[in-house]
Unconditional design. Structure first.
Length: 165
């Protein structure tokens, strides 16, 4: 288990960006609405706002992430946060929110861009992984998608969130 999480922590990376132009007024309104939903600050490396994990699971994951940071300086934030479906209506909205949250929290060291953010929302049945530019050579989007599709999602479908992560 520790080796699998270590592999995921070291190599996890997936970042999508929306392309195209949208109405700037709509973007400003949407950005405010999404920014307004961001929790003020993380609880720790693992911010389990939805109480999906047991206390011992949170402590275990937090410990692994702390050890990884000490060994590499890379920072990882894992967040469980359900969002209102009136604000998050699409995977793109979810991605924008996740990126804004991790940027607002300052995950990763400035100048190194070595942060990885994992946001899962059980009520939306979505998971998002954001990776800082300093780490995106560690894993391609396709490899990260395979990890999500082959490891994480099958466990999540069975309700095994801790095992999936």
């Amino acid at each position: 288990m520790r080796h699998l999480l270590g592999f995921i922590v070291i190599s996890f990376g997936l970042s999508f960006s929306s392309c195209g132009q949208e109405n700037k007024t709509h973007n400003k309104e949407k950005n405010y609405a999404l920014s307004h939903l961001i929790p003020g600050k993380p609880i720790g490396w693992v911010s389990d706002f939805e109480h999906i994990f047991t206390e011992s699971e949170v402590n275990y994951l937090d410990s692994l992430i702390s050890i990884h940071k000490a060994n590499t300086t890379n920072e990882l934030s894992l967040v469980t946060l359900n969002l209102d479906t009136s604000s998050i209506k699409s995977p793109e909205d979810f991605g924008q929110f996740s990126l804004k949250m991790f940027n607002a929290w300052g995950i990763g060291e400035k100048g190194k861009n070595n942060g990885i953010g994992v946001h899962m929302s059980p009520n939306l049945k979505m998971i998002r992984i954001e990776i800082g530019y300093g780490l995106n050579i560690k894993l391609t989007d396709e490899e990260a998608k395979q990890i999500i599709d082959r490891i994480i999602i099958p466990e999540f479908k069975n309700g095994n969130y801790f095992i999936g992560i």
